[in-house]
Write a protein that binds this ligand. Structure first.
Ligand code: FAD
Length: 290
């Protein structure tokens, strides 16, 4: 099923992100974890992609497995940085052959050590990949957006102008980078609508279930941490069980506040943890009518 249809159903949605293995050793354990997560019956599940494409076949394998064995709609991520046009067309062909109808079209982070010389890169920005996927035909296309501005952007205005280009190039919906303060998302939504971006926006929420991931999250996303969130990490960070409980409670609270304020679609970064998916689904059961 196309995700754009799911998002138009008029009901709130909860969906989950998983990541594929980097090597074959962990394939089975990750496959099982994603199947466990699928048992919670999310609206769809996204499967991330290693930039450059070296491990891209695992994205396909996990996404196809979710579709065939779990009956959950997959969203396969695809990055275009450091890639040739042939490799991207080949990947799209493989997605199509596997019955995958939804592609998250991303640039990917610029690699420190590219596999290809830059002159051979076929795409510089995600918008160019969107156009390629649109011209290929038949896919519903998602794109990334950044409520706290992409770290490389010159300004918020510039970032939103480029986002508009993505939508004009065929992006059917957007998923946000994680954020921990809902006011940041609400302000961002006003700015998107002002810029004429009217595709559905799915809010990305990351339940932080261990303290060490907080430092990594800030480094990767540059997101601001509210005082309430910092206090929770300071108080419970050294006790894994307590941190898991507090992190899930914080994310649940954040999601309920989003739904209550008119955000209809939420995507949870599960970090492949079935317990996170289960607890959050249980906490929202009546809200989601499950
Ligand atoms: P773009 O939309 O191309 O934007 C990147 C930067 O370029 C921005 O600053 C933008 O303003 C600027 N820009 C865009 N167009 C132009 C233009 N025409 N001229 C000048 N500047 C321009 N990474 C992975 O490797 N694998 C994944 O599976 C993955 N999944 C993600 C899912 C989500 C929901 C999010 C939010 C991010 C994900 N990422 C993933 C990270 C993403 O690849 C990085 O953030 C990357 O640096 C930017 O990708 P993008 O698609 O947003 O790029």
């Amino acid at each position: 099923m196309k995700i754009s249809e799911l998002l138009r159903s008029g009901r709130p949605t909860l969906s989950f992100e998983v990541f594929p293995p980097k090597t074959s050793d962990s394939f089975e354990s990750i496959r099982k974890a994603t199947e466990e997560i699928a048992k919670t019956r999310p609206a769809f599940m996204s499967v991330t992609y290693g930039a450059g494409g070296g491990t891209g076949h695992y994205t396909l394998d996990i996404a196809e497995n979710l579709l065939r064995r779990s009956g959950v709609t997959p969203l396969a991520h695809l990055t275009c940085v450091d890639s040739t046009r042939e490799s991207i067309l080949e990947r799209l062909g493989a997605f199509r052959a596997a019955g995958i109808e939804n592609v998250m079209a991303l640039r990917g982070d610029i690699p420190k050590e590219p596999r290809l010389p830059q002159e051979r890169w076929a795409y510089r920005h995600a918008s160019e990949l969107m156009r390629e996927v649109r011209d290929y035909g038949g896919f519903c296309i998602g794109g990334a957006c950044y409520p706290e501005t992409h770290p490389e952007s010159l300004s918020r205005r510039d970032d939103i102008a480029h986002l508009k280009e993505k939508v004009d190039c065929g992006c059917d919906f957007l998923t946000t980078q994680m954020f921990f303060d809902n006011n940041i998302l609400f302000n961002f939504m006003y700015q998107l609508r002002d810029a004429g971006i009217d595709v559905p926006v799915i809010a990305g929420v990351m339940p932080v279930t261990n303290a060490s991931s907080v430092t990594r999250i800030i480094r990767l996303s540059g997101t601001q941490l509210p005082q309430r969130f910092k206090a929770l990490v300071d108080r419970f960070g050294s006790d894994p069980d307590a941190m898991m409980q507090a992190g899930i409670a914080y994310a649940t609270d954040q999601i309920i506040d989003l739904y209550a304020n008119g955000i209809e679609h939420v995507h949870v970064y599960t970090m492949n943890k079935p317990e996170v998916a289960r607890k959050i689904t249980e906490n929202l059961s009546a809200i989601l009518g499950k």
